[in-house]
Design a protein around this ligand. Structure first.
Ligand code: GDP
Ligand code: MG
Length: 715
């Protein structure tokens, strides 16, 4: 790009909407119309600029957010094409953060019932205007009026059509520009050029006139001065409409609706005109509040010469290295400048800066306040970091990502390199903060988590492609807990004669459940007690009530240690045990053969033997979930939940969606995100949080106990 782009000439837009609704194709049409490409790329052919990663071409969907730009009539439109699938919603979140307008695509060919609620919520949260685009209006079964009605019911009653398709014999032949009341006929060559005529076909004239009057009325209602003029003159002048519309779009009081057939580039150039004329530039939006060097809050100054860049995405590309995508929030970015990463205080050099079109990069020397670009080979910079001028270090607010809802344990397939796996997973996490990995200290499994099973699958494929290691995913080990419901008194003598010295220890235990304020059985005197908080949850109450020195005091700690070891490893199913009281009330010693080890072993064996008579019970983690989905899917969702041993706590409605609150065992939650999306065409979502432990039903418990790995030798 030759000329330097000034802030007032920048428009940052994010394309959002349901997967498959036509975002990538729309972006492709914009690029072709602006002369940025020499042919119109296609998603099915794998020839778009946005979906250039191999996994995207293979699956035919967008997985990564792509940064594109066009030069349109002297304006630079930065276009952030996002994936629509809930598994990759983190990418949408990142893109919304740096955009000033959202363009939400809505598939007119499938009629009502599309999703994209989360994108709408993100725009609401960010306070940015939303334009809707009805896509695929060229196909025969396009539902124009139904879609409009749905948008009004589902999102806002202030959705106003500014472009209206004209059909002849079910073929799309033109579009009416409702603002100018011109009928636009588009060139056949896919360039998006159109010739306009004031003659509007009779079939749509009344409807378009009606839509325009409604728009004028809405504008008048949203502004007091305009309201006055409207009453005086019965209408508004073109200039008043222009100013009123701009203000209303910015203030989110109006949500304009466009129509497009992207594969033919029909209807898109007027949308681009609208974006440059009516949508906010970076300086029209409120300046972000950042944290100063001492944590103080300050509003950035749009006229400041100090640079502040926010990194909203990083990706490592083969043959390129790590690319960091950023937006300039203050000052300007120059190639060669040195900045400080305010998250870690490290200096970074902006060796080369680029503007992007998917995988294509163009060198540039300067990006002004508000612009979006990329830089390669930063050393210590990740998503959510701010790079700022030394001495003027500010930190921009970070992007908050949705919490993971799917987990899997991973196992290396065949021979491979463990360190490569952990290095690879770590880097993939840095690139995609919605993907997490951790080592479960209890199960020793490597557990990955993300926004759905598809998300995890895609990341594992990426691990294989980039690091050459193949892994398998399976359900993570459930952190069951053992406990007891009954009590018993039991004893155990450990005696062993091996060659010279022997081993001898005998202990007598009373074992019972621990409960707050449960009294000690009357027959025992308390000589000493310890109430431990177990690291795996729950309590262990150890009571020493040895009378007459049958076991010397020096052996008592070893007895306790033997029990605690068994609690940790599990006494009947191989899971940690909680909430137990053991009263050591008798025992025997041998003058030569007794030692700490012997007592420890005796305690372990005695405890395990006793637990058998205490009605052992396995406990499982229960999670609270909140499922949001369209009404039509409720039947399937409910019956699926009950087959997963779920308990419905309540139902509510949220807009046109239904919200189910339920409790479900963690063991039944594996694969749930994918199942839910399958039942709802990707429109269902859920959140989860641990609630409590509950008894595992007997028939399930016996299966778990049967596979327990509990072999123990008497040392
Ligand atoms: N006929 C027709 N097909 C379209 C149009 N826009 C997109 N498509 C097709 O719809 C599918 C999904 O489009 P895509 O752009 O990948 O949607 P995205 O997931 O929102 O990016 C692809 O097969 C496109 O070729 C359109 O305007 N007309
Ligand atoms: Mg796409």
């Amino acid at each position: 790009m030759a000329a330097e782009i000034t802030t007032d000439r920048i428009r940052n837009i994010v394309l959002a909407g349901h997967g498959g609704s036509g975002k990538t194709t729309l972006a492709e049409a914009m690029l072709f119309a602006a002369g940025e490409t020499t042919r119109l790329g296609s998603v099915p052919d794998g020839t778009t600029l946005s979906d250039y990663h191999q996994d995207e071409i293979d699956r035919g969907i967008s997985i990564n957010l792509a940064t594109l730009h066009v030069n349109w009539k002297g304006f630079k439109l930065n276009i952030l094409d996002t994936p629509g699938y809930p598994d990759f919603i983190g990418e949408t979140k990142s893109a919304v953060r740096v955009a000033d307008t959202m363009v939400m695509t809505v598939d007119a060919s499938t009629g009502v019932g599309f999703g994209a609620d989360s994108a709408w919520e993100f725009a609401e949260e960010a306070g940015i205007p939303v334009l809707f685009v009805l896509t695929k209006v060229g196909v025969e079964q396009a539902h124009i009026e139904e879609s409009l009605q749905y948008l009004r019911e589902h999102f806002s009653r202030d959705v106003v059509p500014l472009e209206y398709p004209v059909y002849e014999n079910k073929n799309l032949v033109a579009m009416v520009n409702v603002l100018s009341m011109q009928c636009m006929t588009f060139a056949e060559d896919g360039t998006g050029t159109h010739s306009d005529s004031s003659e509007i076909p009779a079939a749509v004239l009344d409807r378009c006139t009606e839509l325009r009057s409604a728009l004028v009325e809405t504008l008048a209602e949203s502004d007091e001065t305009l309201m006055g003029n409207y009453f005086d003159n019965g209408t508004l002048s073109d200039d008043e409409i222009r100013r009123g519309l701009r203000t209303a779009v910015l203030a989110r009081r109006i949500f304009p609706l466009f129509a497009a057939s992207s594969t033919k580039n029909v209807g898109i150039t007027p949308l681009m005109d609208f974006i440059t004329d009516y949508c906010p530039g970076p300086a029209d939006m409120p300046m972000p509040i950042a944290a100063g060097p001492h944590g103080e809050m300050l509003t950035l100054d749009p006229n400041s010469h100090d640079t502040a860049l926010f990194v909203f995405k990083t990706v490592s590309e083969p043959h390129v290295g790590e690319l960091s995508f950023f937006r300039v929030y203050s000052g300007r970015a120059n190639s060669g400048m040195e900045l400080i990463n305010t998250a870690n205080g490290r200096a970074e050099r902006m060796n080369q800066i680029f503007v992007m079109n998917g995988k294509n990069r163009k060198d540039t020397t300067v990006l002004n306040f508000g612009d979006i670009g990329a830089v390669v080979k930063l050393k210590n910079t990740h998503t959510n970091n701010t790079l700022a001028t030394k001495g003027h270090q500010v930190s921009l607010p970070t992007i908050w990502y949705p919490a993971p809802i799917a987990d899997a344990a991973i196992i290396l397939k065949g021979k491979g390199d463990d360190t490569k796996v952990s290095e690879g997973l770590h880097t993939l996490h840095e690139e995609d903060p919605t993907f997490n990995v951790y080592q479960d200290p209890e199960s020793h499994q490597t557990v990955v988590s993300g926004l759905g099973e598809l998300h995890l699958e895609v990341i594992m494929k990426r691990l294989q492609a980039k690091y050459g290691v193949e892994v398998e995913m399976k359900a993570p080990r459930i952190p069951y807990r053992e406990t007891i419901k009954g009590s018993t008194s039991t004893s155990y003598r450990h005696r062993k004669q091996t060659g010279g010295s022997g081993q001898f220890g005998e202990v007598h235990f009373h074992i019972e459940p621990w409960e707050e304020n449960r009294p000690l059985p009357g027959q025992f005197q308390k000589r000493g007690e310890e109430l431990d908080d177990l690291t795996w949850g729950g309590k262990f109450h150890f009571v020493n009530s040895i009378v007459g020195g049958t076991i010397e005091a020096r052996f008592v700690p070893a007895v306790k240690k033997g029990i605690v070891e068994t609690l940790q490893r599990g006494a009947f199913a191989g899971y940690p045990m909680t909430n137990v009281r053991v009263i050591l009330y008798d025992g025997k010693m041998h003058p030569v053969d007794s030692n700490e080890n012997a007592f420890k072993t005796a305690a372990r064996m005695c405890f395990k033997q006793g637990v058998k008579d205490c009605r052992p019970q396995l406990m499982e983690p229960i999670w609270n979930i909140e499922v949001t989905a369209p009404m039509e899917a409720m039947g399937d969702i409910m019956s699926d939940l009950s087959s997963r041993r779920g308990r419905i706590l309540g139902m509510d409605s949220k807009g046109t969606a239904q919200v189910i609150k339920a409790q479900i065992p963690l063991a039944e939650l594996y694969g749930y995100a994918a199942r839910l999306r399958g039942m709802t065409q990707g429109r269902g979502s859920y959140t989860r949080a641990f609630s409590h432990y509950e008894e595992v039903p007997k028939e399930i418990e016996s299966k778990i106990v049967a596979t327990a790995d509990l072999e123990e030798v008497e040392e």
